[in-house]
Design a protein around this ligand. Structure first.
Ligand code: HEM
Length: 477
């Protein structure tokens, strides 16, 4: 019986079993027939690209799984993600559980989510970031000094692993008050491979939900991802216990360690808190690191963009070796245009964020019946020609026009479930890019190809080649 139930979730039993309002919409034949289409493309990191193509072929509303409609109109983003009648789709978000616990990203119940967010948001508030900014600046400075030294060895530098080490060090230090020193030592923390192992597990769990329970017991490569996540969980439990014992007072932990989650009526257990921290480590490191890597890729290839950025930075910060401050950076129009364009062209949460209707709801003029699933994906919305003419071109100027389509730029999502780390990510990226372009002349290594930088989409996105080789030279003035 369990097996029949499982297969009926992959292939709808009969067309009339689906809400007709969903089934009448066009989509790729295999997508309409079975969820396996999406799972297969997830494994290849190609689902978001195929959905972009499906919209180009079928229009604004496309059926991308038996019971899932994708919308490309930016208006639909607000209609879905700001409407309390939609909740996160169960199968997709249960698969995003890290181990056993519900956490901020995965809650479906709005009340439970609101209470948890209240408890965690202090750690990512403006006040916390102001307090933490000197640590961020020190780490960026250390990284750029390393790159300055490596540049003299007459080899290209692969900035990809370094960017990930910096992203990890920042979020880890912010949460636990401890610097893991990956950047300082030039060696990634032992936690980073465990964290990377999580991404494949949620694809497998979405395909085969019982893997959430039995994954670590599966032999071979697939099981090994689950075992690494198990190690990561044990490690996170140990840090949480240490932090309790030592009374760690970071803005992230000080409220959470003692504070009560009102929906539970008690403080979080070690296990719950460990999984929140793991969610933060994952959400806070790779996304920012990959955005930085894509920003370099977008900027360095166009000398006029580099020159205009330099001009603005040199005027704002005359000292060549400074790590600029975030408040001034936030006011620089071209730097911000470059960042917006990076987040548009290379959104690091690329894929669909599915929501289930709890009532009949109208989206983009269409009635979505209770029980139906809908979504938008950032790659689809950001590459839509009606909002962004010539969408594949990296063009920061589109953000300088007074009528720039700001509502169509949604890399952090919108509404109650939008990214909790948005301010931190933007702060890091502005300061890091400003410091980098003040200090270095950069050119791409000839071996870099478009294919290396193709977006590998697996909920979060990264360059398919997993590298970005650049030649750096200290700027001469
Ligand atoms: C460029 C960097 C980033 C991008 C593009 C990004 C994007 C997003 C998006 C699109 C969502 C909504 C996901 C959904 O609806 O399922 C989200 C949620 C979230 N992000 Fe980020 N993020 C970034 C950086 C960060 C950072 C630095 C943190 C720090 C911990 C973080 C932690 C989270 C968490 C915990 C959630 C769940 C929020 C909730 O449901 O209340 N992210 N992010």
């Amino acid at each position: 019986m369990a097996i029949i139930n499982y297969f009926s979730t992959l292939i709808p039993p009969l067309p009339y079993a689906l809400p007709p309002a969903v089934a009448k919409h066009p989509g790729p034949f295999l997508a309409c027939a079975s969820s396996l289409w999406g799972f297969y493309l997830n494994l290849q990191g190609r689902r978001a690209h195929e959905i972009v193509k499906a919209h180009q072929r079928y229009g604004r509303v496309v059926r991308v799984a038996p019971n899932l409609l994708s919308f490309s109109n930016p208006q639909a983003v607000r209609e879905i993600y700001m409407n309390p009648n939609f909740t996160k789709s169960s199968r997709f978000y249960i698969a995003k559980h890290i181990f056993n616990e519900d956490m901020l990203l995965t809650f479906r119940d709005p009340h439970r989510h609101r209470q948890r967010r209240k408890l965690l948001s202090r750690g990512f508030s403006q006040a916390a970031l102001v307090e933490f900014e000197p640590q961020i600046a020190d780490k960026i400075n250390l990284l750029l000094r390393h790159w300055g030294r490596l540049a003299q060895e007459n080899n290209p530098i692969d900035v990809y692993p370094w960017a990930h080490m910096l992203g990890f060090d920042i979020i880890y230090h912010l949460m636990f008050g401890i610097d893991p020193q990956s950047v300082k030592t030039g060696k990634e923390s032992k936690v980073m491979p465990w964290l990377r192992a999580w991404r494949p597990t949620f694809n497998y769990k979405e395909m085969v939900p019982p893997l959430g329970q039995y994954g670590p017991y599966i032999p071979g490569r697939v099981g090994s991802y689950f075992r690494l996540v198990q190690k990561w969980k044990n490690y996170a439990m140990d840090i949480v216990r240490d932090c309790r014992e030592t009374g760690t007072k970071t803005p992230f932990l000080s409220r959470v360690l003692g504070g009560v989650d009102e929906s539970l009526g008690r403080p979080l257990t070690d296990s719950e808190l460990a999984e929140e921290c793991m969610g933060g480590m994952f959400g806070g490191s790779g996304t920012t690191a990959n955005t930085f890597v894509y920003a370099l890729w977008g900027i360095i290839r166009d000398a006029s963009i580099v020159n205009r950025l330099r001009e603005e930075l040199d005027e704002a910060f005359p000292d060549p070796d400074i790590v600029p401050d975030s408040v001034t950076c936030a006011q620089l129009p071209f730097l911000n245009a470059v960042l917006s364009e990076t987040l548009r062209r290379y959104p690091t949460i690329t894929g669909l964020l599915p929501r289930e209707a709890q009532e009949d709801v109208i989206v983009d003029g269409i009635c979505i019946p209770k029980g139906a699933n809908v979504a938008t994906g950032n790659l689809t919305v950001h590459l839509d020609e009606t909002s962004f003419p010539d969408p594949l071109t990296f063009n920061p100027d589109r953000w300088l026009a007074s009528d720039a389509p700001r509502d169509a730029l949604v890399p952090f999502s919108v509404g109650a479930r939008k990214c909790i780390g948005m301010n931190l990510a933007e702060l890091e990226l502005r300061v890091w890019l400003a410091a980098f372009f003040k200090r270095f002349d950069a050119r791409l290594d000839k071996s870099m190809t478009e294919n290396d930088m193709d977006i590998y989409d697996s909920f979060s996105a990264s360059p398919r080649g997993g590298r970005l080789l650049v030649w750096l030279e200290k700027r001469r003035r």
